[in-house]
Structure formats: structure tokens, C-alpha cells
Design a protein around this ligand. Structure first.
Ligand code: FE2
Length: 196
């Protein structure tokens, strides 16, 4: 398998009348070839992945973004949305996703969590708000989004105050550092550690 096989399958699925369902079906079909997908996407792995979530877009168009994401142990995102549907195929390791909804009193409240294992295929809706983090071994996954992700009007929340902001990459990276330094995702039983 080569990266262009994955791009071709994803782009074809996204052209249909039900792109999210078609992409999800495509990812399910790849579950039996996890090692091949892993190897095909290894070319874009970053050598400094231990410092920050390694987020490598290998295909983007107005209706589709395909990305390899790796979370090494200790790395966590701030709460954020995508402003479009998303589908994930877990390739290796474990990724915990914690979900939120808007809450008048505290900005956000937790609604649940799921731990993705190799072979898991998971769908997120347009309005999903989540935190993703490594939950064991380095978590490597193929992420597919129904739009040109970095051009969409997305939101990100401060991991301590849960104040809502427009998504900007510099802000996201700063909030990721704060989120990774905390003991757990916002609203978890383990209180988030405030920076000194
Ligand atoms: Fe996300």
C-alpha cells in the first residue's frame, strides 16, 4: 500500500452523497491492513513527536482533509471542535477521547469518554467537542475530516478556565502545552494542575 492508495480511496468516498458514511466504510475496510496503512503513512512522522502532538496533513481539498496524528505519552489536546464530521482509524497505541457539551455556568461539561484501540473506527459529528490524549502506548491514527480543516471556523477552549476562543494554531499549541501539563482532561476526577 502507498499513501496515494489511501488518498485515492478517501477522495473517492468523499465525492458521494453520504461522504461521512462512505469514509467510515473505507476505514473499516482498512482495519485488516493496519500494518500496511501504518507503514504507508510513516513517511510523514515527525522526529520531535515527543514534544507536541504530531499532526501531519498529507492531503487537503475543499471537502476533505486526511491526516496522520500521533500522541506520545503525556500529550493531550485542549477541548476543541472541528466544524465538520470526522472519522478516525486507530493504527497503534491507545487514544482516549473525552467529550463535552457547552454549559452556561462553566463553559463546558463532560458528557463521556472512549478509549480507541488499534482497529477502532470512530465517527465524530459536526458539533462534537473533545479532548484527545495518549492513553498508553504512543497513539497513532488516520484522521479524516469533511472539509479543509485548517480553513474552517473552529473553536478551542482554555484547558483550565474553559473559556471559548476562535481556533488559531498558535493558541491551540499554547493550550496543548497547558493541557498536557495537567493531570487529566478538564472536568475529570483528577483535578487539572494549574501552571506555576
Ligand atoms: Fe479533534
Amino acid at each position: 500500500m502507498h499513501v496515494f492508495d489511501i488518498v485515492e480511496q478517501g477522495a473517492r468516498a468523499a465525492q458521494g452523497p453520504k461522504p461521512c458514511a462512505a469514509v467510515r466504510g473505507m476505514l473499516k475496510a482498512l482495519r485488516n491492513r493496519l500494518d500496511e496503512v501504518h507503514e504507508a503513512l510513516d513517511f510523514c512522522a515527525c522526529a520531535r513527536a515527543e514534544d507536541a502532538p504530531d499532526r501531519q496533513i498529507f492531503y487537503r481539498s475543499p471537502n476533505l482533509t486526511m491526516m496522520r496524528i500521533c500522541f506520545c505519552p503525556g500529550l493531550r489536546t485542549p477541548p476543541h471542535d472541528h466544524s465538520t464530521w470526522a472519522a478516525i482509524l486507530m493504527l497503534s497505541g491507545q487514544e482516549r477521547n473525552t467529550f463535552y457539551q457547552r454549559c452556561k455556568s462553566r463553559g463546558l461539561e463532560q458528557t463521556g469518554e472512549i478509549v480507541l484501540e488499534p482497529g477502532s473506527v470512530f465517527r465524530m459529528e459536526v458539533d462534537t467537542i473533545h479532548v484527545a490524549e495518549c492513553a498508553g502506548q504512543p497513539a497513532v491514527a488516520l484522521h479524516v475530516y469533511g472539509g479543509d480543516l485548517d480553513q474552517l471556523p473552529r473553536r478551542v477552549w482554555h484547558p483550565h478556565t474553559l473559556e471559548e476562543f476562535p481556533m488559531e494554531m498558535e493558541r491551540y499549541e499554547e493550550f496543548s502545552r497547558l493541557a498536557s501539563a495537567a493531570c487529566g482532561p478538564p472536568g475529570s476526577a483528577q483535578p487539572a494542575a494549574l501552571p506555576a
